[in-house]
Design a protein around this ligand. Structure first.
Ligand code: PMP
Length: 418
């Protein structure tokens, strides 16, 4: 006979066993770079934070005041699951006007950020085993969530088109199979800042129509642009019916921490997304939506001034990067990212690859940035090195000082006589 204590001692260690699907869940490794930079700063080093697409520009006062008023007016209860009616109406009007289409308020489901649209869209539209085309390099949550839900994430790349990065549309075409169900598009692209020409967008739309694909159009940076006008695939014939737009307040209005965005698209799909709101969070934050409403309908000086500041930063960064040996960078008209090709600088510094270069430069200069590898695994045949520099969270003075040190460091390692 064994004692109860002996029997218990023989039981396997009680412990948490994660669900099988967790094996397939990815993450955003950008946040690990932030933590590394913070650790370096806590040891007293000056760090120049180019790693995160967050803004060091505060939300405009009138937006904050609208939220303050709402909380004092008692908007502290639950609200409709798809968000407050005036915000849905204002979003429908704003997005329709900017894209030359017509959305009704009931085609808008307000979300706690733009990011949740990715998971909820996939939960609503993708079955296990469906193939989903997604950009790589690209926002890492696409493939993470596709695979988490049992789909097959199929990457397509970007090509250096001389003065910009362009989607490899031939790769999209080649990778479409009878199982392909969804195309994820992030025109005005994180991390390359690439954007489609009108003709390229038409070609992508034609593929979506021919192969009956649903499209998730991640338009997080639609309104973050310096010159010209953004285009959306929903403006092309037949596309509004098969596309869900990911909209966010995060970037345009410097509201990353507010967590407000929207899914905008065909009613049957958006209704399911709202049902997912019911299941996951009931409704978006009630009083914060009054701030978002003020952002959309109030004074637009904030975004204008922000873009002017960002343009100054972009130009300062480009001047230094393009004067650095082994570095070449395009001049994008949208997003707040730069995606320099540093292949020759990596070789010049004797580094073995992306991560080696990142660590060396962080350690030597305090300049903290992400590399191509934070945006997906390199595709077969890819043989160049790229960094992603976000200039949304650094001042022009920090850019000049930090990237000045970056340039000086690479210059000093330049082989003699070259
Ligand atoms: N899509 C892209 C391409 C992004 O870069 C981001 C944020 N970095 C998001 C979506 C999500 O942003 P948010 O959840 O803050 O709206």
């Amino acid at each position: 006979m064994h004692s109860i204590a002996e029997d218990l001692a023989r039981q396997p260690e009680p412990g948490f066993v994660p669900a099988d699907r967790v094996q397939r869940l990815g993450t955003e490794t950008v946040f690990a770079v932030s933590a590394e930079a913070a650790a370096l700063a806590s040891r007293g080093r000056t760090v120049y934070p180019f790693h995160l697409g967050d803004l060091n520009i505060p939300t405009a006062d009138h937006i904050v005041e609208a939220m303050d008023r709402a909380i004092r007016d008692g908007r502290t209860t639950y609200c409709p699951n798809a968000g407050i009616a005036p915000l849905r109406e204002a979003l429908a009007a704003d997005v329709s006007a900017a894209r030359c289409v017509t959305y009704a308020a009931d085609e808008v489901s307000v979300q706690p950020g733009g990011k949740p649209v990715i998971g909820k869209f996939l939960m609503a539209a993708m079955n296990a085993g469906d193939e989903v085309l997604y950009p790589n390099p690209g926002f890492p949550i696409y493939s993470s969530f596709v695979e988490f839900l049992g789909g097959v994430a199929v990457p397509y790349g970007y090509l250096d088109a001389g003065d910009r990065y362009a989607i490899d549309i031939d790769a999209i075409e080649r990778r479409i199979t009878p199982r392909t169900r969804i195309l994820i598009l992030n025109d005005l692209h994180n991390p390359t800042a690439g954007e489609c020409t009108a003709e390229e967008l038409e070609r992508i739309a034609e593929l979506a129509l021919r192969h009956d694909l649903l499209v998730l159009s991640d338009e997080a940076y639609f309104d973050v642009r310096f010159e010209g006008a953004s285009r959306s695939i929903v403006s092309l014939p037949g596309m509004q019916e098969r596309t869900v737009i990911l909209y966010t307040f995060s970037k345009k209005y410097a509201m990353t921490g507010w967590r407000l965005g929207a899914a905008i698209g065909p009613r049957p799909l958006v209704d399911i997304i709202t049902q997912l709101n019911v299941n996951l969070e009931s409704c978006p934050n009630h009083f914060a939506q009054y701030g978002a409403l003020e952002a959309l309908t109030g004074d637009q000086a904030g975004p204008r001034e922000m873009m002017a500041r960002l343009k100054g930063r972009r130009d300062a960064a480009l001047r230094i990067l393009n004067a650095t040996p082994g570095v070449r960078c395009h001049t994008p008209e949208s997003t707040f990212y730069l995606y320099p090709d540093v292949t020759d600088a990596v070789r010049l510094t004797g580094c073995a690859g992306h991560e080696d270069f990142r660590r060396l430069l962080l350690d030597a200069t305090g300049v903290s940035f992400c590399t191509r590898l934070h945006f997906g695994k390199a595709l077969p045949g890819e043989n160049r090195y790229h960094l992603r520099l976000a200039y949304s969270g650094v001042s022009t003075a920090q850019i000049e000082e930090g990237l000045g040190a970056f340039k000086a460091f690479i210059e000093t390692t330049e082989p003699a006589g070259s």
